[in-house]
Design a protein around this ligand. Structure first.
Ligand code: S3P
Length: 461
């Protein structure tokens, strides 16, 4: 997730090597996900283009704009520049004229054309989830961020919109604007203490703190434009209820896809957008792993047959981390199968070799490591993998483990295969170890299918 971040001075000297767009943002250290989103889309669609990030002080916007017009294909304007850029544009689309905000500038035939992609990005995200707004009771939490575009889309779709926020003057001003843009729009204003409980759809435009301690009773769908976490604090309010939730990452991808079409006339397909979304969520999980947990690796433990290897492979593909399976690594190092090691060395000898391998693997960084089912029984192994890794226990239900371990074509498990009664050996070992897996791990994820485990795991990191 690295891309050139330039000051205005550096942008003056900048010479693009390939088709390039720039994110104009301010203040300089404001985190913006845009360049990562563009890069993910280009990787998937195999385009050779670049996105740079330029810190543009508001007073220097005209200079930065003139430089961009000479050098690059287009600009994505972050919040402080979206209104200030309007007088510099030669043409604007309908949404810019309605909202008085341009988030995208494309230089086409020597002309600077302004677009607003927020509205279309939001609409595309809702459409992806099959959410229709017509006559729905929609609650908009606040006036910041994408609030204007979201409110405008709701009004155009004839939703019954309620807006609330910490400052009721701002809320009333937004209500007035929306009613001017969409005459006849049904927009009401409530203080946050008096929100009606029959709101069916709740929208949070971010980034200000959300305004609820619980969701209205009838909420069917919750959209939070924040996208740094897969389950934002607001999304956590949905808890175990049936309320469907979506964070802002898909909206960002849909917006970026539209921007790329405007800048380079390349139109990412819906399938490419889906793949980019998956990869981005994987990259963001790695970022959280480093920033929130101070770790470089993801280490999976759990009972034999709990799905560690299958899940680990998928997780590695999603995050871009390298995959290792401690059993496979041991077999490669020793040139023998696990079953052969067990029969030649006995369990204790096998565990010694396993420990040596785990210590070697634990030194690596940027990996997903699936551990053999007995690896965490030795505290020294746990200590070793936890140095660089977040240790996650797969808490797969017992019946599923039994299913996974039955059937032909399964690899031999010497600990289970020795005696006559395999089922009771699985039962005995599982109950003897269950508590150990949980107690040594930093966290655990429960799920029946691999897809469920993967989703929970991504939400846990
Ligand atoms: C073992 C589990 C196996 C393997 C070895 C011992 C165990 O790995 O390391 O047969 O003690 O539970 P899986 O968990 O991948 O089956």
């Amino acid at each position: 997730m690295s891309f050139p971040m330039l000051s205005l001075k550096e942008f003056r000297r900048f010479r693009p090597q390939k088709p390039t767009c720039a994110l104009f943002h301010w203040p300089p250290d404001s985190y913006q996900i845009t360049p990562d989103v563009h890069r993910a889309l280009w990787e998937v669609s195999r385009q050779d283009a670049a996105c740079i990030s330029v810190a543009v002080p508001p007073a220097r916007l005209p200079e930065a704009f003139a430089l961009a017009k000479k050098k690059i294909h287009g600009i994505h304007c972050a919040a402080p520049h979206q209104a200030a850029i309007l007088p510099l544009l030669e043409e604007t689309d309908d949404d810019v004229r309605a909202l008085h905000l341009a988030d995208t500038v494309a230089f086409q035939g020597g002309r600077a054309i302004g677009y607003n992609t927020e509205l279309a990005g939001f609409a595309a995200s809702l459409q992806h989830d099959g959410i229709a707004l017509h006559r729905k009771k929609v609650l908009l939490l606040g006036c910041d961020g994408a609030a204007k575009a979201m409110a405008c889309h709701c009004a155009k779709e004839k939703a019954h919109l309620t807006i609330t926020g910490p400052n009721l003057h701002h809320v009333a001003a937004l209500q007035k604007q929306i009613c001017q843009i969409v005459p006849g729009a049904r927009v009401s204003v409530f203080s946050r203490r008096h929100i009606p409980c029959d709101m069916q759809i709740v929208l949070h435009p971010g980034p200000e703190d959300f305004l609820l301690s619980c969701l209205p009773r009838r909420t069917e769908y919750l959209f939070d434009a924040a996208c740094t976490s897969p389950v934002t604090k607001l999304m956590q309010l949905a808890g175990s209820r049936k309320t469907r939730t979506r964070n802002g990452l898909l909206m960002q991808v849909m917006q970026a896809a539209q921007m790329q079409t405007l800048w380079f006339q390349t139109c990412p397909t819906p399938a490419q957008c889906e793949t980019a979304l998956r990869r981005l969520s994987g990259q963001m999980a790695v970022k959280r792993l480093r920033e929130n947990h101070g770790k470089q690796n993801i280490v999976l433990c759990g009972f034999t047959g709990s799905g560690k290897t299958t899940l680990g492979r998928k997780l590695a593909r999603l995050t871009g981390l390298k995959f290792y399976d401690s059993d496979q690594y041991l077999e490669e190092q020793e040139g023998q199968t696990i079953a052969a090691l067990f029969s030649s060395l006995g369990e204790h000898g096998f565990r010694d070799r396993e420990t040596a391998c785990i210590h070697r693997l634990a030194q690596k960084t940027g990996i997903v490591l699936s551990l053999g089912g007995g690896a965490v029984l030795r505290p020294e192994n746990v200590r070793a993998v936890k140095q660089n890794g977040l240790l996650i226990c797969l808490d797969t239900p017992y019946y599923r483990i039994v299913q996974n371990l039955s059937g032909s074509g399964k690899r031999p498990r010497p600990l289970l295969d020795g005696g006559t009664d395999r089922q009771s050996e699985i039962y005995r070992l599982y109950h003897a170890r269950k508590a150990v897996y949980r107690s040594v791990s930093d966290c655990s994820v429960r799920g029946v299918k691999i897809s469920e485990l993967l989703e929970h795991l991504m939400n846990t990191i």
